[in-house]
Write a protein that binds this ligand. Structure first.
Ligand code: LRH
Ligand code: MN
Ligand code: MN
Length: 430
């Protein structure tokens, strides 16, 4: 029996209040789909099978470089974080796995696995951290980690990644995501070629230690914390890494890690074409790596990314199973609410992309009918698929209106009594 963090009676009572509108909206939408030959049940079934992992670090208030303003009942440890993740999954039924970050989430491995099992949660990709120094480590990452000029520092960073693999093996993870902060702040500070050579050599050692059924995701990022150059700055470099390392190495696309206005959906298409799309860190942004909630700023862009994913599924691209993960930082919202909202937005984009009439689109592309091609995408995007999302949640035992159910549950107030108020101070995480 899975331990439920919110009483199932409360979820049922909340669902009863919403049952009537959902039934009538779902039926109406089904009828509308029927007129154009789309079976709503098949869309609902596909949406129900679509899952996204929650980042353990996302359930705490992130803060910025300037300050952190913690909320009430901030998780004290990975065990509290997992409780919060379980709430998100219970209500959305869309987030059965959690992505851990080491050393932030270091704990006894038997207890960690037992806690996940008790809550019905699995573990998605492990994330290593060589972008900040851990207490007591011998060598500092101030001037880099896997690409550092000093061999002992590189060895330490490699060792940390190997430890992440070992932790992951014990808890059932199947992937390691490596993001490094390595780079430079001044022209001339580092040698572009030599630092990339050192990075590749370090990654090759990590790749060697990877179990056969694991994947190694490298994550590119244009800038920050390095402000002049980063070693893994864009998808081109990322592709070179994945290609150089071997078949288990793939590229991870964090939506916030590009220059404003970059055509991310096109990057996604290219990586799919060459078999190197490993997965995503979903979030949204207006300026930089803002880590805002998925779909909060540009939901059409999220839809266009999903349009490429569904197109690949539709074409039956071989070996195509990208990892879906959220990577957000919450400064002004309750992190649980933001993550619930993002999981729903991600499913919304998926559902809308499933509605694209691909045959019609093929025809318009062949005829160079730009207007109708665009309209075909817009028609799918404009469809209000909320009844499908809500029905998928309801059928799986989740909440029709998860944020209202969460608020009605009083979960935050309850944990605030158990978890001491945390310090409000300067400096956040990336
Ligand atoms: C870097 C990043 C990366 C880290 C996470 C905390 O900006 O996106 O994925 O692991 O933030
Ligand atoms: Mn990320
Ligand atoms: Mn980021």
């Amino acid at each position: 029996m899975v331990e439920l963090k919110i009483a199932s009676d409360l979820v049922s009572a909340q669902n009863d209040k919403n049952a009537a509108w959902l039934k009538s909206d779902y039926e109406a939408l089904g009828e509308k789909f029927g007129r154009r030959g789309t079976d709503i049940e098949s869309i609902t079934a596909q949406v129900s099978e679509f899952f996204v992992a929650v980042p353990s670090w996302g359930v705490g208030t992130g803060g910025t470089r300037f300050a952190r303003f913690p909320g009430q009942g901030e998780p004290r440890s990975i065990f509290d974080k997992l409780d919060d993740c379980a709430v998100i999954h219970q209500l959305t039924q869309a987030t059965p796995t959690v992505s851990l970050h080491v050393p932030w989430d270091k704990a006894d491995l038997t207890e960690l696995k037992a806690k996940g099992d008790a809550l019905g949660l699995g573990f998605d990709a492990m994330n290593s951290n060589t972008f900040s120094d851990a207490v007591g480590q011998a060598h500092s990452y101030k001037y880099g980690s896997l690409s550092h000029t000093d061999a002992s520092t590189r060895a330490q960073a490699i060792e940390h990644n190997l430890e992440c693999i070992e932790i992951g093996k014990a808890i059932g993870s199947k992937a390691l995501t490596v993001w490094i902060g390595d780079g430079s702040n001044f022209p001339g500070q580092s040698h572009f070629t030599r630092s990339f050579e050192r990075y590749l050599a370090s990654m090759a050692e990590i790749y060697e230690a990877l179990p056969d059924d694991w994947r190694l995701f490298s994550e590119h990022k244009m800038y920050e914390p390095a402000f002049y150059s980063t070693v893994v700055q864009d998808w081109g470099t990322n592709y070179l890494i994945a290609n150089t390392l071997g078949p288990k190495a793939m590229c991870l696309v964090d939506l916030g890690h590009h220059a404003p206005n970059t055509n991310i959906e096109m990057i996604v298409a290219r990586l799919i074409q060459f078999g190197k799309l490993g997965g995503f860190h979903f979030n949204d942004s207006k300026y930089g790596d803002d880590d805002l909630d998925a779909g909060a700023i540009d939901p059409y862009r999220l839809f266009l990314v999903f349009n490429e994913l569904v197109d690949a599924e539709h074409r039956g691209v071989g070996g195509f199973h990208p990892a879906h993960m959220i990577d957000q930082s919450h400064n002004v919202t309750d992190p649980i609410e933001s993550l619930i909202s993002s999981a729903n937005e991600i499913r919304r984009a998926y559902a809308q992309a499933l509605l694209v009439d691909r045959e019609a689109l093929d025809g318009y592309q062949a005829d160079n009918d730009a207007l109708m091609a665009s309209e075909t995408l817009k028609q799918a995007y404009r469809t209000d698929v909320e009844p499908i999302l809500a029905e998928a949640r309801r059928r799986a035992g989740g909440a029709i209106d998860p944020i209202s159910a969460y608020r009605a549950s009083g979960y935050r107030k309850k944990v605030a009594l158990e978890r001491p108020a945390s310090f409000s101070g300067g400096g956040g995480i990336v």
